[in-house]
Design a protein around this ligand. Structure first.
Ligand SMILES: *Cc1c(COP(=O)(O)O)cnc(C)c1O
Length: 469
């Protein structure tokens, strides 16, 4: 891995693969105990300064304090753990990650990225044009984190007609001149392919100072590691555990970024029992963890579901996980991805049996939900615990419940607030979710968006016209 600051700005490693640290910092039990008295920003400082080793820890601390404020996240806890109840002897809890400016967990990493970008770019006297693709929540989180930054502009691709009215309004109502919303004719994967195509043109990328904030951005993965520690320590406190006792996490998954951060936390020594990859009807990841076959799907086979931020059939961070499972064998990983490109799938179990054994040993497991399962779960939590959850979180709760073990807390990550997915809440409960203050009339604000085709050359022209110099 190159220097942290370069990885931050470039997104990809020099060879076009995804950047990964050569080794992970290890957190001892003693350190975990010390972490338990830290506020969120203090915890973030501890974790992030172990990765960002070319930035002064005092600076990291200042950036964390600016990123994680009560004002932005609604409480001093930033990511509070809410116990629900005991099910089959297992404490069931929700880790609230969606109380930031755009009401989805993407804010947790993106607010930190905004601070890191501003700091590094200003010091270097440089600018950056962020090119990203979003299935809904990444785009708004990135735009809200960058809208007031002078050294950064954002070009955000979103799939036309695939996001909720709230998600569209949240992004497209931004009027800042450094924010460019481009709605692509296609699905999320088409958007992501366009980003990859532009990023693969190294000359263009260098000339226009293109950066990325997709879930493949290492700094995002790193920032997300923090809340696994927070969730663990929250469970220790809520349930009177001893440091070293294990908990499981259930994670609504699409691009495999969130749950991969959990895998990193576990690899750093956080006592995690299971990491549960919860998917919706777009079950490419569930299929892999059940069978060892990773078979990506095309646009036609990617269903539009009631948990749209997970409508992904090619999970970009998955490559990092497989790299880890091969024992950090770059050549073997590259060979698998060549096979994937040629035939649309690879069979890890058959071609790399040892790596498949590591997958089994990793305790990363999976499951999936249907629309009906999610509606049921939303109703069930509303009536049983008076707790309203969104369809993505419902997916995580539904699948998490299949892996309950007596005495092991099951922490379900809340990845969005229900108000973002009004139609589904209405369908499940017959009434809408409450709107946070100040967002009541979001959909009636004027919108600023441009429709484009899935055409890489046209995208390059647009960037060249409007990029920050
Ligand atoms: C992005 C997103 C997900 C999927 O997260 P990945 O990191 O892509 O796996 C799940 N739920 C919501 C609400 C999201 O915005």
């Amino acid at each position: 891995m190159g220097r942290f600051q370069d990885i931050l700005l470039e997104g990809l490693a020099q060879d076009g693969g995804l950047a990964m640290p050569a080794s992970l910092p290890q957190i001892s039990r003693e350190e975990l105990l010390q972490f338990s008295v830290r506020a969120y920003s203090g915890l973030a400082t501890e974790i992030i300064s172990r990765f960002a080793d070319d930035i002064d820890p005092a600076v990291i601390q200042r950036l964390c304090l600016q990123a994680y404020t009560e004002q932005k996240f609604g409480s001093a806890q930033i990511a509070p753990l809410t116990p629900l109840g005991q099910e089959q002897g297992a404490p069931l809890a929700i880790l609230e990650l969606s109380n930031g400016p755009t009401l989805a967990f993407k804010d947790m990493a993106m607010q930190m990225l905004g601070q890191l970008f501003e700091y590094v770019l200003t010091r270097r006297g440089e600018t950056l044009n962020i090119l990203g693709a979003t299935s809904g929540d990444t785009g708004s989180a990135a735009e809200y984190a960058m809208r007031d930054k002078h050294a950064v502009s954002v070009f955000m691709l979103s799939p036309q007609g695939r996001m909720s009215a709230f998600q569209r309004a949240q992004m497209y109502s931004l009027q800042e001149p450094n924010i460019h919303n481009l709605a692509v004719e296609g699905v999320f994967d088409d958007c992501q392919d366009m980003v990859k195509a532009v990023s693969a043109d190294l000359e263009f990328k260098a000339k226009w100072r293109i950066g990325t904030v997709n879930s493949i951005n290492w700094a995002r993965i790193m920032s997300q590691v923090v809340y696994y520690f927070k969730g663990y320590l929250g469970a220790v406190k809520a349930y009177g555990l001893r440091i070293g006792d294990t908990v499981s996490f259930s994670v609504p998954s699409g691009n495999f970024g969130n749950v991969f951060s959990g895998f990193i936390a576990k690899s750093m020594g956080l006592p995690i029992r299971r990491l549960i990859v919860a998917t919706n009807e777009n079950d490419v990841l569930d299929e892999f963890f059940r069978t060892g076959v990773y078979r990506v799907r095309g646009s036609k086979e990617t269903y539009q579901t009631s948990s749209p931020s997970m409508d992904i059939s090619k999970a970009s961070n998955f490559e990092r996980f497989i790299f880890a499972m091969t024992g950090h064998d770059g050549a073997a990983t590259a060979a698998l991805w060549r096979e994937l490109l040629q035939s649309g799938q690879f069979d890890l179990k058959a071609s790399q049996p040892q790596a498949w054994e590591r997958v089994k040993a990793s305790q990363v497991v999976s499951g999936k939900s249907t629309h009906e399962n999610r509606l049921q779960t939303i109703r069930d939590l509303a009536s049983r615990y008076q707790r309203l959850i969104d369809p993505h979180t419902a997916d995580g709760v539904f699948v998490g419940r299949q892996y309950l073990e007596s005495g092991v807390p099951m922490i379900c990550l809340e990845t969005a607030l229900p108000t973002k997915f009004e139609e589904t809440i209405l369908e499940a409960l017959g009434q809408p979710a409450p709107r946070p203050k100040g967002l009541e009339h979001l959909e009636s604000l004027p919108q600023r968006v441009e429709n484009i085709g899935a055409d890489v050359e046209n995208l390059k022209r647009i960037i060249a016209q409007r990029a920050l110099r």
